[in-house]
Design a binder for this molecule. Structure first.
Ligand SMILES: Nc1ccn([C@@H]2O[C@H](COP(=O)(O)OP(=O)(O)OP(=O)(O)O)[C@@H](O)[C@H]2O)c(=O)n1
Ligand SMILES: [Ca+2]
Length: 498
């Protein structure tokens, strides 16, 4: 019978071996990817903590920072976890009762004990930095400022944290650490994309800090840093007495000095029409910022608002002395300042005041016009429009707004064009802008001079790459198998020969 017989001439064990190889490759890939994922998956985050007390002239704030324990040297990792405002005034107001300065901290420090996990307490550093209020107290009486610092030190040592010291920081530190804070939070050091300047306005001093191309004409205004492998040449200056509370005293004192001796009514264009308050002379002259004391004058005066924004501007300009400058350019009071460069973040009272006045998004001309209008609003109307705002704050916003615009324009020499480069900010990435974060980063060596070695790929990228490559290999093996497997050979057998 002629019968075509189909016959495979393949090696009988060929197919199972290839299948076994493919299965082994697949298992190998799965194991490889699984290992990569497990090996590289972020560990359950363990956090470390640090506490910084900002003992400002008007009040004290306690800041708690946290960062992933295993990523101490990665920039951008430290964040503000909590902020607590200490009740009452700043520590310098306790010069008559130093112990009170210590006990004022108890509520906020108790909060810190609750927020930070107990097993981290012992290793959590605590720093207190005091600013312009304490600088002024030290100028008046250094033994009093020492007593206040001793009292806060004794208080802070009673907590289970790692107490690292309480000191009055310098104006340069205040400016530079504020600059570090805003640029750290904006991730500008890692991106190396250029930095922003920092403008800080407190109750008793104000700081301006920015990177300048100019060679500094005064070493006191210059600071050099190397951060993450990049050098930064900073211009910084802190004006003691030019915080908004002290400058108000300065402006009032100038007016009081020009009053006729017998008068006891002080007409003030920076306060609203209808505002009237009895004030003592000592409430104005109780600071080293106001040098000439008034003799032969009534012990109190009536502070009488006339609400004239333009006149207020003229009065505020008088607190800046432009008559002497021994450098190529100055801000005011003979202080060297190169022209402002780049973008700026303006925080603390710059923000509080401009935000209250709703001027944070305006250009300079609009802001001035709106402010003049605000200053001319009668006091009764202001009070009824903002019933929940403390009267003391409310009464001063016309003055403070005028001071801020004058300081920026006449003091620091911002123009209508460069004013647009100022952003009024309170927080960046949920952390307050201020000097405290930069201070802690510096003291805990968390900003290295050189860029730390980091893996070329982030974890997510690494895992994805592994996955894609594995799938590619797998597909290639399948395709290879299909294309190159030995063809099935059919052969026609010769008819049976009988
Ligand atoms: N919501 C707020 C909070 C504060 N202030 C005022 O803003 C000023 C500055 O506050 P702050 O930046 O906290 O100053 P300090 O740090 O206390 O002062 P310094 O930095 O000069 O030591 C103070 O006059 C305060 O009364 C305000 O107008 N509105
Ligand atoms: Ca401050």
């Amino acid at each position: 019978m002629d019968e075509q017989r189909e016959m495979k001439v393949k090696n009988p064990w060929h197919r199972p071996v290839i299948i076994l190889i493919i299965v082994l490759i697949a298992i190998g890939i799965v194991v490889m990817v699984a290992t990569a994922i497990i090996q590289n998956k972020p560990l359950h985050q363990k956090y470390k903590y640090g506490i910084v007390l900002d003992a400002g002239s008007s009040h004290t704030s306690v800041f708690i920072y946290e960062w992933p324990a295993e990523k101490e040297n990665n920039t951008g990792m430290v964040r503000q976890k909590h902020a607590c405002d200490v009740k009452g005034k700043g520590i310098s107001s306790y010069s008559g009762n130093p112990a009170g300065a210590g006990s004022s901290l108890t509520d906020c420090m108790a909060e810190a004990q609750k927020i930070i996990p107990v097993h981290r307490h012992q290793e959590t550093p605590v720093y207190l930095g005091a600013t312009a209020g304490m600088r002024l107290l030290r100028m008046e009486d250094s033994s009093l400022s020492d007593q206040v610092l001793d009292a806060v030190e004794r208080s802070l040592q009673t907590y289970p944290f790692d107490y690292q010291g309480a000191r009055i920081i310098t104006g340069q530190e205040e400016g530079a650490f504020g600059w570090i804070t805003v640029n750290y939070l904006s991730d500008n050091f890692r991106k190396a994309s250029g930095t922003i300047g920092a403008l800080d306005l407190g109750g008793a001093s104000t700081q301006i800090t920015f990177v300048s191309k100019e060679n500094s004409e005064n070493p006191e205004n210059s600071m050099d840093f190397r951060l993450y492998g990049n050098p930064y040449h900073l211009y910084t200056h802190s004006f003691l007495c030019y915080g908004k509370d002290q400058v108000l005293k300065l402006a009032l004192a100038k007016k009081l000095q020009s009053l006729e001796m017998q008068e006891d009514v002080l007409k003030d264009a920076c306060f609203h029409h209808g505002y009237k308050a009895n004030k003592t002379l000592s409430s104005v002259f109780n600071t080293p910022c106001v040098s000439e004391k008034l003799a032969d004058s009534p012990k109190s005066f009536i502070h009488w608002g006339t609400g004239d924004g333009v006149e207020c501007q003229n009065a505020v300009r008088k607190v800046f002395n432009h008559s002497c400058c021994q450098y190529s350019t100055c801000s005011f009071n003979g202080v060297y300042q190169p022209p402002v460069e780049g973008h700026f973040g303006a925080f603390s009272a710059f923000y509080f005041v401009m935000n209250f006045l709703n001027l944070t998004n305006d250009d300079l001309e609009t802001a001035k016009a709106k402010l003049i209008n605000y200053c001319s609003t009668p006091w009764e109307e202001i009070k009824s429009s903002y019933p929940s705002v403390k009267e003391k704050y409310l009464a001063e916003y016309c003055f403070s707004g005028t001071y801020i615009l004058t300081l920026l324009e006449d003091g620091y020499n911002f123009t209508s064009t460069t004013f647009k480069n100022i952003e009024f900010i309170k927080k960046i990435a949920d952390s307050d802008a201020g000097w405290t974060l930069g201070y802690m980063l510096n003291l805990t060596n968390m900003i290295p001079a050189e860029a730390p070695d980091t893996p070329p790929l982030p974890h997510g990228g690494f895992v994805s790459l592994m996955l894609v490559l594995s799938l590619l290999i797998f597909s290639l093996v399948i395709v290879g198998y299909k294309c190159f497997r030995r063809p099935v050979v059919y052969s026609s057998a010769p008819k049976d020969i009988v």
